[in-house]
Design a protein around this ligand. Structure first.
Ligand SMILES: Nc1ncnc2c1ncn2[C@@H]1O[C@H](COP(=O)(O)OP(=O)(O)OP(=O)(O)O)[C@@H](O)[C@H]1O
Length: 245
C-alpha cells in the first residue's frame, strides 16, 4: 500500500511542484495520474522512488516511511519498485537479452536462475523472438517493452510508468497500455502518469465528465469506473483494480 499524507515538494528557486497531496493506493490497483504538463506527475513518481526527497508530509510504502530509509538501504525499497520513462534508456551496445540481464547483475541475482527469469520476462512482454537484437533494430514500442522487461525483472510489486507512450504512435501506445494492464492483472500495482486523456476513449470508456470538484468516468453500462479529485487545479485520477475496460 502507498500512503501519501500532505506531501509537498518544493524545488530549488522555490518552484512548488506538489502541494499538500494526500491519497492512498491499495495493492494491485491501476492508477492513472492525469494532469497537464508541469502539474507534478513526474515529481510524484520520483518521490515514490526516492529519486527526489519530499519537502513536507510523509510517504509510506508498505508501512515504511520512505523518507527515513538510509541511502545505503535504498536498494531494498527499489527492489520492490520498477520504473519506466518516456525515453527507454537502453544500453545501445547490448542486446535485448543483455540489457535485461544487466539489471539482474546489478541486483546480484543468482546466476543459475538468471536465464529462466530473463526468458520468462521477455515472453511476458512478447519479445522472446527479439532476444538477440540490438535496440537500434527495434521499433520505439519494442524498445519500451525492453525497458518494461528490465523494470519487471525482479518482480517488483509496484511499477511506476512516467509517460511511457510519449514517443509512440497511437497503435504502439495502445499496445503498451494493454501490456501495463496485463501486468496489473498479474498483481502488480501500476501508477501511470500521462497527459493523454484519449486513452480513456480508446479503452471504450463512455464519458469523462466534470461534476463539482471531481471528474467522473462512466463505462458503457453507465457504471462509475473512475473518480478523481482535483488538487489545486491538478487532475488526479484513480482507477480501481479490475474496473478498467
Ligand atoms: N529538477 C527540478 N528542479 C527545479 N524544478 C523542477 C525540477 N523538476 C521539475 N521541476 C518543476 O516542477 C514542476 C512540476 O514538474 P514535473 O516534471 O513533475 O511535471 P509533469 O506533470 O511531470 O510535467 P510533464 O507532463 O511535462 O512531464 C514544473 O514547474 C517543473 O518546472
Amino acid at each position: 500500500m502507498i500512503e501519501c499524507k500532505n506531501v509537498g515538494k518544493v524545488y530549488r528557486r522555490g518552484v512548488v511542484a506538489i502541494r499538500d497531496m494526500s491519497f492512498t493506493i491499495e495493492e494491485g490497483e491501476f492508477v492513472y495520474l492525469l494532469g497537464a504538463s508541469g502539474s507534478g506527475k513526474s515529481t510524484l513518481l520520483k518521490t515514490l522512488y526516492r529519486d527526489e526527497a519530499i519537502s513536507s508530509g510523509t510517504v509510506m510504502i508498505d508501512e515504511r516511511d520512505i523518507s527515513k530509509i538510509k541511502v545505503r538501504d535504498l536498494h531494498k525499497l527499489r527492489r520492490d519498485i520498477g520504473i519506466i520513462f518516456q525515453e527507454y534508456h537502453l544500453l545501445p551496445k547490448k542486446t535485448v537479452y543483455e540489457n535485461v540481464r544487466f539489471a539482474l547483475e546489478i541486483l546480484a541475482f543468482p546466476e543459475e536462475e538468471m536465464d529462466a527469469r530473463i526468458r520468462q520476462t521477455l515472453t511476458l512482454v512478447e519479445l522472446a523472438d527479439k532476444a538477440d537484437c540490438y535496440p537500434e533494430e527495434l521499433s520505439g514500442g519494442q524498445q519500451q517493452r525492453v525497458a518494461i522487461a528490465r523494470a519487471l525483472i525482479n518482480e517488483p510489486r509496484i511499477l511506476l510508468a512516467d509517460e511511457p507512450t510519449g514517443n509512440l504512435d497511437p497503435r504502439a501506445s495502445m499496445e503498451i497500455f494493454r501490456l501495463l494492464m496485463r501486468i496489473n492483472r498479474r498483481g502488480t500495482t501500476v501508477l501511470l502518469a500521462t497527459h493523454d486523456q484519449h486513452i480513456f476513449q480508446r479503452f471504450h470508456f463512455r464519458s469523462l465528465t466534470m461534476s463539482g470538484d471531481s471528474w467522473l468516468l462512466m463505462n458503457q453500462k453507465k457504471q462509475l469506473v473512475l473518480y478523481s479529485t482535483i488538487i489545486r487545479k491538478k487532475i488526479f485520477i484513480l482507477c480501481r483494480k479490475d474496473e478498467h475496460a
